[in-house]
Design a protein around this ligand. Sequence first.
Ligand SMILES: C[S@@+](CC[C@H](N)C(=O)[O-])C[C@H]1O[C@@H](n2cnc3c(N)ncnc32)[C@H](O)[C@@H]1O
Ligand code: SF4
Length: 461
Amino acid sequence: MKAMTGAEVIKKYNIPVPRYTSYPPANLFSDKYTGDDYRRDILESNRVGSRALSFYIHIPFCKNICHFCACNRILLPSDSGAVATYIDYLHREFDLVRPLLDPSRPITQVHFGGGSPTAISLDYIGEVIQMLTDSFAPAPQAEIAIEVHPGFLTYRDWDRLIEMPFTRYSIGLQDLHTDVLKMAGRIPPRVPVGEVIGAIHDAGKRVNLDFVYGLPGQSVGSFEDNIAQALEMHPDRLVTFSYAHVPWLHPGQKILEQYGLPAAEVKQAMYDRAARMMTAAGYVQIGLDHFVLPDDPLAVALQKHSLHRNFQGYCPRDISGQVYGLGVTGIAQLHDAYAQNIKTLPEYYSAIDRGQLPTHVGYKLSREECLARDLITDLMCNYRTAPLRHAASYGLELKSLADLPILDSVRLEEMIRDGLVEVEGETLVMNPEYHPFVRNVASCFDIHYSPDAPRGYSRPI
Ligand SMILES: C[S@@+](CC[C@H](N)C(=O)[O-])C[C@H]1O[C@@H](n2cnc3c(N)ncnc32)[C@H](O)[C@@H]1O
Ligand code: SF4
């Protein structure tokens, strides 16, 4: 039978489907999962799953709140003791977690996110790195990354930051035009970013630049100019986030409505044009929004079909450890569990004062959910997956794909007939023409998804 045409595929499959940035999605996390559950799961994580340790450190403070922001952040208090207190509680939280972890496990990833980790004294950041590496040895290929808001950093701050043991700097540019930044309530970089990138490269380290498309004042032409300027600076990675307008969660975003947000088609055109420019300049596309140089570990991993994604972002599978989150709202991602910390500072502090792990919500995955997560992650990162091999790693020796207990085989067979995905031996491989529909194929393994009740999801295109 002849496969469908491109237009027919778009018409049929451009329907709401989950984004699969995690599986199961965070909206299933529940407060039935407690600090005691997390304690048990940390102990278990020494025996089951990756031995590698990946630490996520959340620094919630920002010197200025941008109107578009959808992150977990708070305005930096004027009281200088407030940051010292937070860092003290980070140490105390780590003192609760550290004794539960096998001290022989290596650190492969540390990520400082926020908020703006660089809004606080770099001495504190150095102290936290020291705290981690005094207890666990970093692996030779360990990645230590930090999110950097360049708005407040002087030449001297950058010198200091580049001397620190970071291997990658993730600089939030968002846009390079003064009018767009002004409407977004965002402070522009204090030091020319091209110079900073040169200094980071001279130190033998990597840098990525974050942009957001869909902000007021942006047009296809102005976003094109952002990317053209960024390409001139030769960053190792470029990330283009689609602006998420969620004023019911972040009421501050309503301010942007007075200026008018670009229409969906304009937003799509901004992305398409930017993606074409970056790929024409030799960058390799990773997932939907990352573009990296061909020698980047992410591009190499994609080539070897071993790209992975966790809450720290994309990474080669061999450095992806189990993630332990520290700090307010920090998320842990263990072999078969998620745990998210309490969201407000007073409650976070008081849990630690009581000697409790400050877990707010979490989720324990069943064996079937673990298998579904592995297949979905593999598909989303590498556009292919070998279901029977993954099933065998969970003790399920199956003869054929049809025996897979989590599979919606009727929908998958239909997608195979329609040409979205092909079967090569025991491997399912996405048709490159239909990569944007990888979420549809992934949904065939999602035991929580029903095509009849797809409320609240976005469409692939
Ligand atoms: C924790 S923030 C960045 C760190 C730092 N505070 C900064 O602003 O540069 C991580 C990234 O999330 C992205 N982001 C924030 N709000 C967003 C939104 N509403 N939609 C899409 N991306 C968003 C921005 O690109 C930002 O660089
Ligand atoms: S975008 Fe960055 S600097 Fe701006 S409020 Fe959000 S976390 Fe803070």
